[in-house]
Design a protein. Structure first.
Length: 100
C-alpha cells in the first residue's frame, strides 16, 4: 500500500486490523480501543461497518453477566483471508499509526 493511503484505504485497513485483533483473542470495545489506540467511537463505527467488506462479526454476551459483558467473535470472514490478516497485523497497525 502506498505511503499516504486515501481515507477509504485507511478505513479498509482499520476494519482489517480490528478483525485481526478480534480473531487473536477475547476483545470487547474497551480492549479493542486500548490495544489499537483508536478512539472508542472510531472502533464502534469500524465494527458496525465490517459487513461492508463481507466480515460477519457479532458481540457475544457472557452468560449471567450484566449488559455489554462479553466479546466480539467473527463467524464469517467472507472474501477476506484471515491468515493473511493475521500475518499483516503489525504492518496494518503501522500504516494506521503513520497516517493519523
Amino acid at each position: 500500500m502506498k505511503a499516504h493511503p486515501s481515507k477509504a484505504q485507511r478505513a479498509f485497513c482499520r476494519k482489517l486490523y480490528l478483525a485481526g485483533l478480534i480473531a487473536s483473542g477475547d476483545h470487547n470495545l474497551t480492549t479493542l480501543s486500548d490495544v489499537s489506540g483508536m478512539p472508542r467511537r472510531t472502533v464502534q463505527d469500524a465494527l458496525a461497518d465490517l459487513g461492508d467488506i463481507g466480515i460477519d462479526c457479532q458481540f457475544e454476551q457472557q452468560e449471567g453477566q450484566r449488559n455489554n459483558q462479553g466479546c466480539y467473535r467473527i463467524s464469517d470472514w467472507g472474501p477476506i483471508d484471515p491468515q493473511w490478516v493475521a500475518r499483516q497485523l503489525t504492518q496494518l497497525a503501522a500504516l494506521l499509526t503513520a497516517s493519523d
